[in-house]
Design a protein around this ligand. Structure first.
Ligand SMILES: [Zn+2]
Length: 73
C-alpha cells in the first residue's frame, strides 16, 4: 500500500509552540545543532550588542535557536 505524505508549505502562520522557529518576518531563525552552539551565539550577542538572549530547543525543527523569551506584549 502506498501512502503519500503531503508536505505542507510553510507559508501559513506558525502556531504558538513553533513560533520560536520563525522570525518576525516569517523566515526561519538561525539553527544550532547543539545547545552549546546556541549559547555561545547568545553570549556573542550579549558581548557585541548587549542583548540578552537565551537558547531554547525548537519544537518545530528540533534544533536550537536563540531569542528573547516569549511575551505577550
Ligand atoms: Zn526551529
Amino acid at each position: 500500500m502506498k501512502q503519500r505524505r503531503r508536505r505542507r508549505a510553510l507559508s501559513t502562520r506558525p502556531l504558538g509552540n513553533v513560533a520560536g522557529h520563525f522570525t518576525k518576518d516569517g523566515g526561519s531563525k538561525k539553527r544550532y545543532r547543539t545547545q552549546a552552539e546556541a549559547r555561545s551565539a547568545a553570549q556573542l550577542s550579549w558581548t557585541l550588542n548587549g542583548v540578552d538572549l537565551e537558547s531554547y530547543r525548537c519544537e518545530h525543527c528540533h534544533m536550537w535557536h536563540i531569542g528573547k523569551r516569549f511575551r505577550e506584549d
